[in-house]
Write a protein that binds this ligand. Structure first.
Ligand code: GTP
Ligand code: ZN
Length: 364
């Protein structure tokens, strides 16, 4: 049964043990070609083969019997055999999943400990919030930052709709961190801009320079975009990929039209070097952190983490934790003006995963 994803479903985890499926007698498949999976739809895997070569093509494949239980997701590199010509109405066989560098997963539901893989091999996580409408939330950003750092995925913060409200008061929480921040807005009437279509079918004209900055940050990387509904995610993604989609080829094949609006889809960034992909995750809005070590949550707050060296052994860093050095650190101004808000956010995240039993935290 399909189920809507919700905020607590997703987390990014590094691939610590490797996720190559265990197949006892995996055939050699020496004739296999490698493809990058761009989308998955009803048991059909769409992959780009020969990327960047004269023989680049889109191959649709079905999983081989021995892989029936192994999830294959956008971003995966897979070995394909059989008819890999990519001609219309051909179907290749997907016989192997290459080892993954990073993994984005979600649990099937809140009580099910089984995690499902959502995106593989992402380099970067673009966290999108709107300056207003909907209201930006530090909790969402901090959660996503924790998940990204924990997985070894580079985070970028993108604030949209700066034409509606000045995002700087919100950004005070992040300006002091070593974090790339892109501020996007609609172009004023006379300024040059980039036309893009939003999810509601309306077109918006975005200012060119933030899109250029995003182009620079995305170049050569695979980036996952995440954000709440209505923040302007599809407007941004379309501004970055629009021309490619319109001109046919790979992106026409993988265009949203063929898929349900909730399917995760890898799109090639327009006018970008080879290997530049953006993965849109319409159904995923935030991350559960249940499996992130508390120490790793703290490390995602580099403005606070150093203080924990002076905490008692096993300090939970929770509000009222005896002798917790974070309070003094913030009171002394060591975490800057945003210190109190940052500490409150850290404590919310630590507490959110604290289901009754106390989490022990060593010092950093
Ligand atoms: N004022 C203003 N409006 C924007 C901006 N970016 C997008 N919008 C508008 O905000 C609305 C939502 O944008 P979408 O791109 O559809 O948002 P989304 O995040 O993809 O939404 P879902 O598809 O529901 O997840 C649309 O009406 C856009 O035209 C912006 O920078 N400024
Ligand atoms: Zn402490």
């Amino acid at each position: 049964m399909a189920r809507e994803w919700d905020e607590s479903d997703v987390r990014i985890r590094p691939n610590k043990k490797g996720s190559r499926p265990r197949t006892k007698d995996r055939p050699a498949h020496e004739d296999a070609v490698i493809g990058r999976v761009v989308t998955v739809d009803r048991g059909r895997y769409t992959a780009v083969v020969g990327e960047g070569t004269d023989n680049e093509r889109v191959v649709v494949a079905a999983r081989a019997r021995e892989l029936r239980r192994s999830p294959v997701v956008p971003g995966d590199f897979v070995a394909l055999v059989g008819d890999t010509s990519g001609r219309p109405d051909t179907l290749a066989r997907l016989v192997r999943i290459e080892e993954r560098r990073t993994l984005l997963r979600r649990s099937a539901d809140d009580t099910d400990p089984v995690e499902r893989v959502v995106v593989a091999n992402a380099d970067q996580l673009v966290i999108v919030v709107a300056a207003a409408n909907p209201e930006p939330r530090t909790g969402f950003v901090d959660r996503a930052l924790v998940a990204a750092y924990d997985a070894g995925i580079h985070p970028v913060l993108c604030v949209t709709k700066a034409d509606v409200r000045d995002p700087e008061p919100f950004l005070e929480n992040y300006r002091h961190l070593d974090l790339e921040i892109v501020v996007s807005r609609t172009a004023s009437q006379d300024a040059s801009g980039i036309d893009a279509r939003s999810a509601d079918g309306l077109s918006a004209r975005l200012e060119g320079s933030p899109i250029a900055e995003l182009h620079r940050l995305l170049a050569g990387k695979v980036s996952v975009v995440i954000g709440h509904s209505g923040v302007g995610k599809s407007t941004l993604v379309n501004a970055l990929t629009g021309a490619q989609r319109a001109t046919g080829g790979v992106n026409a094949v993988t265009g949203r039209g063929r898929h349900t609006s909730s399917s995760t889809l890898a799109l090639r960034v327009d006018n970008a070097p080879g290997g530049t992909w953006i993965i849109d995750t319409p159904g995923i809005r935030s991350f559960g952190l249940a499996l992130v070590e508390p120490d790793n949550i703290l490390e995602a707050f580099p403005d606070l983490a150093p203080a924990s060296a002076n905490c008692p052994r096993g300090c939970t860093h929770g509000a009222g934790a005896p002798g917790c050095a974070l309070d003094g650190w913030v009171a002394a101004g060591s975490a800057g003006p945003a210190g109190p808000a940052r500490l409150a956010s850290l404590r919310r995240l630590l507490g959110a995963e604290d289901h009754g039993d106390t989490k022990e935290l060593g010092s950093v």
